[in-house]
Ligand binder design. Structure first.
Ligand code: ATP
Ligand code: MG
Length: 308
């Protein structure tokens, strides 16, 4: 059963006289990975700091697992773990010692430490000093620390920063496991849209402190079927220039993208279109339906331009 774990209600935050977060309202469920996107300076880190109880806010409220940060700070904080900016690791201590230190503060037993080491996949390296860890291993170590208290909500500010493709892949699997198999609510910010597309169940786009879009990822990237089964198809041929001329002469509207042609047609006209090309001596190398991408959606809503 999905349950609201993070609830942000009409939150505003100003630094001095400048309003940075403007009446922000949204919620995230258990078992869900929620991607928090937006341009530099949009207010993502500020929001995450408020959720982690690191900075105060004036208006509205934030509830974690039902506990209000304003009225029930301690209980709200018991249910959240996270990393914003650089994780605090003691470099001269081993990974295990780092975990033991935090476990002692929160009175967590050894069994939980072992469990976490297992979850984040650091078993082999946990007795090594942190200064000998790679960036990816340090990132896992920080996730481990954030998980010590078995939080219902995990907050991660740009966790993929600086990681290589393998480490990104591993972190993605780890977060998916936490959310989808262990019911953790994962609230993560990132600028890597292709990564977010692979990792997140839902995204929220923040711009100048306001949420301008909140949507399930499937809704964004699903094939945009226009009416009557009409969709945009990408076509790559042996001679795109000639193919374009032929199609235009046959009454098709063709969009010439650098490496492919794009044509909007109905499903039952695919045969006809391919036949026209073949009978004109053109070989079709690729014919595929065009999927919308998160990047396109992001650029649309934030007012950026898509590369034509
Ligand atoms: N302590 C502070 N004092 C004053 N202004 C601040 C403070 N912290 C953040 N800001 C301002 O708040 C705005 C939002 O910053 P924030 O770090 O939340 O953005 P962000 O969305 O995380 O951006 P990025 O993608 O670059 O990480 C920025 O204009 C920033 O200058
Ligand atoms: Mg930030």
């Amino acid at each position: 059963m999905e349950k609201v774990v993070l609830e942000i209600k009409n939150v505003s935050k100003s630094f001095g006289r400048t309003k940075i977060i403007d009446n922000l309202t949204f919620s995230v469920n258990s078992g869900e990975i929620f991607g928090f996107l937006g341009p530099n300076g949009a207010g993502k880190t500020t929001t995450m700091k408020m959720v982690l109880g690191l900075i105060p806010f004036s208006d509205g409220d934030i509830c974690i697992n039902g506990y209000s940060i304003k009225k029930d700070f301690e209980k709200a904080m018991q249910n959240v773990g996270g990393i914003v900016e650089n994780p605090d690791l003691y470099e001269y201590m081993t990974g295990y010692e780092n975990l033991k230190l935090v476990a002692r503060i929160y009175k967590v037993d050894k069994k939980r430490i072992d469990e976490i080491v297992d979850i984040v996949g650091l078993k082999e390296k946990i007795k090594l000093k942190v200064k000998k860890y790679s960036l990816g291993m340090k990132q896992r170590m920080s996730v481990a620390l954030a998980l010590i208290r078995n939080p219902k909500l995990l907050v991660l500010d740009e966790p993929t920063n600086g990681l290589d493709p393998v480490a990104i892949h591993e972190l993605r699997d780890l977060l998916k496991d936490l959310a989808h198999n262990r019911g953790v609510c994962v609230f993560v910010s990132s600028h890597l849209l292709s990564e977010v597309e692979l990792m997140c169940d839902r995204v929220g786009i923040l711009d100048k402190g306001r949420l301008i879009k909140i949507e399930g990822l499937k809704n964004i990237t699903e094939i945009k079927d226009k009416n009557d089964n009409e969709a945009i198809y990408k076509i790559i041929t042996s001679d795109n220039k000639k193919a374009k001329d032929i199609l235009v002469n046959n009454g098709y509207e063709v969009n010439d993208k650098k490496e492919a042609l794009e044509v909007s047609i109905k499903k039952d006209k695919i045969d006809l279109l391919i036949n026209i090309m073949l009978s004109n001596g053109i070989t079709v190398y690729e014919f595929s339906i065009k999927k919308a991408t998160l990047e396109e959606e992001y650029l649309n809503v934030t007012g950026g331009k898509i590369n034509e």
